[in-house]
Design a protein around this ligand. Structure first.
Ligand SMILES: [Zn+2]
Length: 443
């Protein structure tokens, strides 16, 4: 199905509003207990057998931080358990690799998350913690039984990892898909999240929105300014000035954050350049080549500041030599508001290629990236900065919406969007110099 779908909460019209206090004393048998077999239950779930009960008794929910009352907020527990990004990534690269990850907006803000929302059996699973934090929901968890209870003053839901049986507002319900643990993060079906906030699925943009649409960035910003497209390669230590030290990169991102720069996606930058949107101090962050080191360095910093970025991948090199990001990692990045653009198929100079070769490098890499990530690949980066008029024409004809060069300068309304200038950030750039580059557009 295409377009926007509003996801309805389960039990609408039949569920009574059960207060949390009352809920804590309710014991309910699971769906299917009465009939022997358990429709909707997932085979192999630890204690879904006849005779077990999905219980909402307060004593089952023990705060892992210790000492808190059974009904106490355990978001601290969740924060502790989910803090370890490397664990989540390890699980992503293992069993979870290949999951259909999708972008999430929570409370109007793009979500940067180690366990992104995903599609399982054609149904959406949404990470619980960011939703709970955004809407002040109480979350309690029993580690032994893998059961969770989410509650607000108006609604409650009890569910169990791996089981489609749930209680929504104290009423038994069969979920369309079982909740899951990814790493240490609990993901709940959209049907559960919809008990607490409006959930919408935009199939075209592959974005699930919880509690409202993303904010427009063109509200009273004070006019369309030039866009500074920053060019990075690798973040970390390395043999050349292409390697920007992690502490330098962190300081540069903090500088942008603290000094009123609007870090926007390349898509939004194009809208600004076309006069459809305005920002005051627009910055786009780009990374050439798609190095594997991105995860160990740049990603954590971008996530911290909530900055989108574009990673230009060499499609034929993805995942090779341990040097380049894998497709799994690309999918993860797309779900976290990073755009994967194309840096050609082979990173050869395009300047002397004939039409057939150009089609392979430019159109072929676009098709490969789109088929692997499921997100559109709209942005191109000329390898080595080399291009010809024929290459520019081929980029346009392949359906790209922009292309970046290594020519220095700021982009503005007069720029050719298929020959956009960038600001090359090399290792050793001081904060003072970084500020000057942003201001002047001269590197
Ligand atoms: Zn390159």
């Amino acid at each position: 199905m295409r377009g926007i779908t509003k996801i309805m909460r389960i039990g609408v019209g039949v569920a009574m509003a059960v207060a949390v206090a009352a809920m804590l004393t309710v014991v309910v048998t699971p769906v299917g207990d009465a009939g022997g077999s358990a429709p909707g239950m997932v085979a192999g779930a630890p204690d879904d057998g006849a005779g077990s009960s999905l219980s909402a008794t307060g004593t089952e929910f023990v705060s892992a931080s210790g000492g808190a009352s059974p009904a106490g907020i355990s978001s601290a527990w969740i924060a502790d358990r989910l803090a370890d990004a490397s664990k989540a990534l390890a699980s992503l690269n293992g069993a979870e690799g290949g999951a259909a990850l999708v972008r999430t907006v929570v409370g109007g803000k793009p979500l940067f998350c180690d366990t992104p929302s995903r599609i399982v059996d054609d149904r959406l699973l949404i990470p619980v913690r960011p939703v709970a934090e955004a809407f002040g929901l109480k979350v309690e968890w029993d580690d032994a039984s893998k059961k969770a209870m989410i509650s607000s003053e108006a609604a409650s839901a009890v569910f169990k990892i791996g089981s489609r049986a749930a209680l929504i507002d104290g009423v038994r319900a069969e979920l369309p898909v079982a909740p899951a643990l990814v790493g240490d993060a609990a993901l709940a079906p959209a049907a559960i999240i919809a008990a607490f906030a409006e959930v919408e699925w935009d199939a075209d943009g592959r974005v699930v929105s919880v509690g409202g649409a993303p904010p427009e960035t063109d509200e009273a910003r004070g006019g369309a300014g030039p866009i500074r497209v920053l060019m990075y390669h690798e973040i970390g230590d390395g043999p050349s000035t292409l390697f920007v030290r992690e502490r330098e990169f962190e300081a540069q991102m903090r500088f942008l954050y603290e000094n009123g720069y609007d870090v926007i996606s390349m898509d939004d930058a194009l809208k600004v350049l076309k006069g459809e949107k305005s920002v005051k101090n627009g910055v786009v962050i780009t990374f050439d080549d798609g190095y594997a080191s991105f995860f160990g360095s740049a990603w954590g910093v971008l996530k911290k500041y909530g900055f989108p970025a574009t990673v230009y991948a060499i499609s034929a090199s993805v995942g090779s030599e341990g040097k380049y990001l894998s497709w799994d990692e690309m999918r993860f990045l797309e779900a976290n508001w990073m755009d994967v653009g194309s840096h050609s198929a082979s990173h050869s100079s395009l300047s002397d290629m004939d039409a057939g070769e150009l089609a392979k490098e430019i159109g072929g890499s676009k098709a490969a990236i789109e088929s692997e990530t499921d997100y559109p690949c709209n942005h191109f980066c000329y390898p080595g900065g080399f291009y010809s008029d024929a290459a520019v024409a081929a980029v346009r004809e392949a359906g790209y919406e922009s292309a970046v060069t290594i020519r220095s300068g700021k982009a503005d309304a007069s720029s050719d969007i298929y020959r956009l200038p960038r600001l090359f950030i090399r290792r050793g750039v001081s904060e003072e110099r970084f500020a000057k580059i942003l201001r002047t557009g001269i590197t």
